[in-house]
Design a protein around this ligand. Sequence first.
Ligand code: RM4
Ligand code: MN
Ligand code: MN
Length: 423
Amino acid sequence: MQISKEQIAVLNKDLLVDHKKSLADLADKYQDLEQVIETISNYNIAIPSWALGAGGTRFGRFGFGGEPNSLEQKIEDIGVINMLTKSANAVSLHIPWDIPKDANAIKYKAKSLGIHFDAMNSNTFQDQDNQEYSYKYGSLCHTDKKVRDQAVAHNKEVIDYGVALGSKSLTVWLADGSNFPGQINFRRAFENTLASLKEIYAHLPSGWKLFIEYKPYEPNFYSMVIQDWGTSHMLAKDLGEKAYTLVDLGHHLPNTNIEHIVATLMTRGMLGGFHFNDSKYGDDDLSVGVMKPYQLFLIFNELVYGMENNSSKNPIPAWMIDASHNLKDPLEDLIQSIEAIENAYAKALLIDQKALEKAQLNNDVVTAQRILQEAFNTDVKSILVEARLRNGGAIDPIFAYRKLEVRNELIKERGIKSTASGL
Ligand code: RM4
Ligand code: MN
Ligand code: MN
């Protein structure tokens, strides 16, 4: 299904007057509003190809019909999200869940919808039917060189797929670790992982980046080889300048100060990628911003500061939503996630950085808190709307999605039983 500009314009008409009024009110208060609108209107977040179908747990999975059952259809769904939000112009592919059988045709399809290929993701956390060796006891860290070689070869193949599609980065997330004390030798597992990553790194074409993701637990519950940002950073440093750390919001123990991690990585120019989601307990894939919107805002404060004070030349991070959807229509959930991300970003852009610095230098804790909270408590909806409008998007993307009955149309096209590959 494709949504046209005209359909969106019709739906926007009745909402326009109210929007312009709220925007004018906000513009009276903030002189730099134009700059903030501009930044938000240029901001895009990649959609992972595995997030377009119903998610599930090991206890079950409940579909909702019309799920995309090919890579082409997944790209079409991202096209719908992008038409409405004008903030999702990229897809991040997981191999082998989404192997592009005909790279040129896929590329053409994506291009026709204004979508490009962001980071490629490898998968050595599951066994595939046709593979020779099992990853039951790990992949890049495995005690057996034959298993490590197989996992390295897979990652090289993922890079090659990415080259054909015009991607420029590879994200490696490893499930490697152990479930019981004594099961693995920590140091051997680390050294094996580093040696395997070196082989993968050597296969990166020029202009490519390698993102190393970390996670403290799950699927292994005693130890994970790349448990935290420090381990990821050590590996990246040993590999070379194309390697960076990737922060996934769901990959921290409760109460971890993620904004502090972001600031520290950016001080050294080492924050390469960012995965958005929210969580109550762990990596539980809740929609961005539903649990800890203030934390998300504080993280964006560090991102904004890091991008504006960038002596370490941190690249603009690769942004991606990384969640799976157990109950909601994933397209609606992704739209809500995009809005939550942009909401936090716009609020962070409103922070009076000069006043904050002054308060910090004077150790005026009360004023520092007031400055942050004033920005956080500002209603920035009209900034988001204006940014979308200027790009031809919908004033209210969820309203438009429902008015246009997108899910029903998709069910008509693809059937009630169609299910997507992925999580
Ligand atoms: C992992 C991790 C990776 C994602 C997979 C599906 O927990 O977050 O980034 O590719 O899930
Ligand atoms: Mn992730
Ligand atoms: Mn995860």
